[in-house]
Design a protein. Structure first.
Length: 214
């Protein structure tokens, strides 16, 4: 496995520091999901064309990356992914780029990302989260978050929703529906179209309550 990691990307460099453009942990986890999919394609008891990917929190970020970069995943269930996931990076609410670039989270990202926590700012980023969601099109993506009262504001439910909204033009370009609204939906009421949906449930940092609507 270590040899495979070094061959396919530069997350493992025989104990040496990563280069600035080398993957962080999120992309490495997404790569691992693709390798699992490789196996499922060899299993005659599995329909590999109907496999989805789900993740919560940091694994929500990784699941969205896996969905964006691996076209074989049929659907994504992205739970409370926050900054670095579906949340708009430039939005000044909840988790910020500076938090992701901190000592506890910097390893999630490529080294070059850290410069947007200083001297550059998130406004200098050439891309934002809606473009990551758009890379999943035309496949369906379900964006799930908890309530402000229970999960709190760190995940930024509206920021995640806006990531889905911003991806809408690409879904429509490819003949699918967008979220159908740019107005943040009431709690427990998913946005209506089935191609790409967003819901803020009444629970906390979990995807459990959104299992049925998913």
């Amino acid at each position: 496995m270590a040899k495979a990691l070094r061959r396919d990307h530069r997350f493992c460099e025989q104990g040496q520091p990563r280069k600035l453009d080398d993957w962080g942990a999120l992309r490495a986890w997404a790569w691992g999901a693709s390798r699992a999919l490789d196996y499922f394609e060899t299993d005659k008891d599995v329909d590999a064309k109907q496999i989805g990917i789900e993740g919560l929190s940091r694994y929500g970020k990784a699941a969205l990356l896996a969905m964006a970069y691996e076209p074989r995943f049929a659907i994504g269930f992205i739970g409370s992914s926050g900054e670095g996931g579906a949340k708009i990076l430039r939005r000044k609410f909840g988790e910020q780029v500076e938090n992701v670039a901190s000592t506890s989270e910097y390893h999630w990202m490529a080294g070059n990302f850290l410069k947007y926590a200083g001297p550059l700012t998130p406004n200098d980023l050439p891309v934002d989260a809606h473009e990551l969601v758009a890379l999943c099109a035309p496949r369906p993506v379900f964006i799930s978050v908890g309530s402000l009262q229970v999960e709190g504001g760190w995940i930024d439910a509206k920021g995640n929703f806006l990531g889905g909204v911003g991806a809408g033009p690409v879904y429509k370009l490819l003949g699918k529906k967008d979220l159908g609204t740019s107005d943040f939906p009431p709690q427990e009421r998913p946005s209506s179209p089935v191609t790409s949906r967003s819901v803020n449930h009444a629970g906390g940092h979990t995807t459990g309550p959104t299992g049925p609507p998913f």
